[in-house]
Write a protein that binds this ligand. Sequence first.
Ligand SMILES: *Cc1c(COP(=O)(O)O)cnc(C)c1O
Length: 379
Amino acid sequence: MQSQKFRLFTPGPLNTSAQVRQAAGRDLGSRSPVAIHLSARLREDIVDIAGCDASWSAVPLSGSGTFAVEAMLCSLPAADDHLLIIENGVYSARMVDICRIHAIPHSVLTLPPHQGFDLAQVELALKQTPLVTHIAAVHFETALGVINDIDGLTQLANRYGCQLLIDAISTFGVLPLDYSAPSLSAVALSANKCLHGLPGIAFVLVRKAVLATHVAPRTLSLDLRAQANALDGNGQWRFTPPLQIMLALKQAIDEYRQQGGRRARHRAYSQRMAHLLDGMARLGFTPIIQPQFCAPLIVTLAPNPGIQCEIDKLNDFLFQRGLVIYPTKHWAVNSFRIGVMGELDIQDIDDLLTAFAEFTAQAAPGTLQPNPLSLRPAL
Ligand SMILES: *Cc1c(COP(=O)(O)O)cnc(C)c1O
């Protein structure tokens, strides 16, 4: 089978470097000193990238990001605790599903999905639900591309004596959190978002003091305490570790550091996003989320009035060229998402813009379209 190169402008999986993929091409025994050292080193690296101190523990799990969110929600609240889930998008709605399935006592504060949550509404909910011990929320709702004010939420939670459980899967490694805030208890992240590792390993950063409390397990394989105890004890995972994926993550983290770490990656994403938005504006597409709720990770765009653009046809047109974007159906607006995370560069954005220009030109023959070549930056 001919293997085609895909460029993924999606919320994940994301493009990885050739060296990251190559690093996975090796067998290791899980009890070998190399494997034990690799687990320990990755746990330290995650703490280091977060910028938190030794009062935090990075607990790894096999699986995608959702496994980490489920592990966090299942493992940390005790039977008599009560969660408030701030639901303003697909990923926080998933937290509600997890709590329902595991019968974790919770309340849901549903807020509009097209903007970051309103802290005044959260405070009102806390006043109305005095039993709340934990608040669960998502840093960046990747489905529409909406950033939530987690630093503001930590301050509110500090005042109300609540613990925060945060899904930072789409921001970890690029947008920071304040790990010194006493209310922040746990943060879920995964290898294949801004860290550019392969999918298959996820982590929950947890305060060691929280791990030390006793909670009756609701799950075997996703129990963070048991996983942390095993790793802190003999250095081994309880079940088969995803060793090839771990080797790839080590390489991805080395590259992240070589490239300048969080600030450099943030700068690169910001440049890609600015270039993308500039080109898309010239082709007649506008972000549907207000700029103050956007982040340089993924953006939802819709065609301006008068621009011919059938999203399904657009999708097919781009896919045939190895360019992958994701449709979003929202408020009856015909819209789609374009992400700039992963191993992409400005040339990839230009190729996408050129394909968009071709598509809109053939969709509306006779109308004047920008010359695709003019989209390339002058040398
Ligand atoms: C990608 C993502 C997840 C995890 O999704 P998986 O499909 O399990 O990898 C969770 N939350 C957010 C905000 C995400 O962007």
